[in-house]
Design a protein around this ligand. Sequence first.
Ligand code: NAG
Ligand code: NAG
Ligand code: NAG
Ligand code: NAG
Ligand code: NAG
Length: 620
Amino acid sequence: MAQCPCKLLTLAAVVLACAASARYGEGFHLLAEGGAEVRIYAPHAQQVSVAASWNNWTPTDRLSALDNGWWVLRLPADPTRDYLLRRGAAYKIHIVSQDGQELWRPDPWSRKQDGETLGNSIAYSDDSFQWSDANWSMPDSNTLVLYELHVGTFCGHEGWPGSATLDMCIPKLDHILQLGANAIELMPVAEFDGEVGWGYTTAYPYAVEHAYGGPDAFKRFVNACHNAGIAVILDVVYNHLGPMDLPLWRFDGWFENDLGGIYFYNDDRAETPWAHTRPNYGLQHVRSYIIDNALFWLDTMHCDGLRVDGVSFIRSWGGSETNRSSATFNPDGELTLKELTQAARQLQGKMIIAEDLQDNATMTEEVSAGGLGFDSQWDARFHWLVQHVLAKANDKDRRMDTLMEAVLGRSLSASFRRVIYMESHDEAGRQRLPGIVAGRLDSWVAARLAAMASALVMVSPGIPMLFQGQDFLVRDSFSAETPLDWAMKAANAGTFSLHQDLISLRRNLLNTSKGLQGEGVNVTIDQDNKVLIIHRWYNGGPGDDVVAIFNFQRSFLSHQEVAFPFEAEWSPAFNSADARYHNMFTIVQEAERPRSTGSTSLYLHPYSCIIYTRRPPLLI
Ligand SMILES: *[C@@H]1O[C@H](CO)[C@@H](O)[C@H](O)[C@H]1NC(C)=O
Ligand SMILES: *[C@@H]1O[C@H](CO)[C@@H](O)[C@H](O)[C@H]1NC(C)=O
Ligand SMILES: *[C@@H]1O[C@H](CO)[C@@H](O)[C@H](O)[C@H]1NC(C)=O
Ligand SMILES: *[C@@H]1O[C@H](CO)[C@@H](O)[C@H](O)[C@H]1NC(C)=O
Ligand SMILES: *[C@@H]1O[C@H](CO)[C@@H](O)[C@H](O)[C@H]1NC(C)=O
């Protein structure tokens, strides 16, 4: 757990010093006063040493064994050695196993790797970075709009061929600001094998991927986000580790059944759909490794939240990847998750989000009430249901009650206890929305249906999330090797404007749509006409109530009777069929608009969404 080496300071200084130097995790740590401390868990080792550039790679700096499996060493301040250390000396942990084997291991808590496969760890200090985000605070969850992105493919500029770095992400914040999203959900950045990947093969949970620029680049990025008013929620993977280039694998030489040794299960519980490397959550040193890591990202690295990957693979084992109902409950995993969410709560204003995908409200219930204590969780059911309806080739097969179910949620109905989206990296990695919804249909239909999907995400109760490029209708499926096609932003400028306007409403930037941040929701449907109406409110009143009306068919509805919730001055604030949302390549082939008959009923364009608010809109 966190250690605070400041007991001798005065009270005021303690608070300051602790805030600046809370230390998470073990392994090799440089000390503020010079020298270093090393703590390694290796219960089956005969001998543990640090071998490094300063001792000519000889295992002479030996750790002493405590009686609980831990080994410790205090390297005293030494001018010649400290000179090396502060400049990032390379080191490894040298272990002599029970049977006399010599094992050269990178530090499992390494903050920085030299980039080689199972290469050297690099001494790193947090003292050198000057944060300037002291005034930042995380927005309330009901005001968040998330944008999920992948550093390697999102952050390059137009025409950039290769994998981008975190420093290249900083100029890209302008795009997020222009769009209006106020939180980035960052795909994993912990050091993984190789230089290109989605990031879910974490080898060093405490190090930032060297190809992304390492720990200093990450700090510069988070600091820049906060100064731009953008929160950072980081994706972290604890349901398995590696399996490639994994320093923890058979760390001290011991293992059973050909499996991973002291940090992993060494029986059937080791097996996951990705690798046989499920951490053994039943062991205290493993839980600390994970929970300290969560706190490290939140506190040391200033992240505002975490998205915990594959929670159902932590709280259960076995079963199939896609159907978890036959999996076996794992009390150790559940304990780890509870400890994690409770530890994170000790830090102020952090948000812990589960990717569990089992429609199980227990995730976000309080630990004291038997829940797991997450603040929110991804709701996969929302996109399954909406996608199911959108993908139908014939309008008559689009079921409005299915959409109603998605909007209201089933178990996950409490508004901000779920994150809703149409695309995340997983969906976009298979096929992007326009391809799914359009099939062989015209491109204008694909654009219109995708726009309706985004409108549904923004007006339904939940924390909305977009995936990179969804805001300008990128069609290529997501791959870590293919930089985002930024040329599409100009080509599909209409779609980008549409997302700007939807997000402006969702964030209530014009003070006309507070209801989209409230818990109130009523849904009515007209199955025959394929019309869905969503009413949202916070407290209710002018500037608050919002009504969104969707027409899910290809034809123009000329006299649709719309049951507004009550009489009021409803004024249109958004229409997805508006000409300014058209794109360069989507020629709209709508039937001509029928002439007005003077009736009070509404005209609904083909495949469109109109949003009404209770105050005359300022623009339009
Ligand atoms: C933080 O806010 C305070 C008070 O508003 C201000 O004096 C200070 O300059 C701000 N600091 C930064 C780093 O913006
Ligand atoms: C998942 O598996 C369970 C038991 O193995 C089965 O009863 C259920 O129908 C499956 N669900 C789906 C959606 O396939
Ligand atoms: C929901 O999750 C909790 C906590 O892991 C578990 O006890 C419960 O059985 C789950 N409910 C369902 C329906 O799977
Ligand atoms: C909305 O209301 C806030 C708080 O009352 C105010 O600061 C802001 O200027 C208003 N914005 C607009 C666009 O009217
Ligand atoms: C929501 O719908 C229910 C049931 O139709 C109705 O009783 C209630 O008044 C509605 N709420 C609002 C604020 O319109």
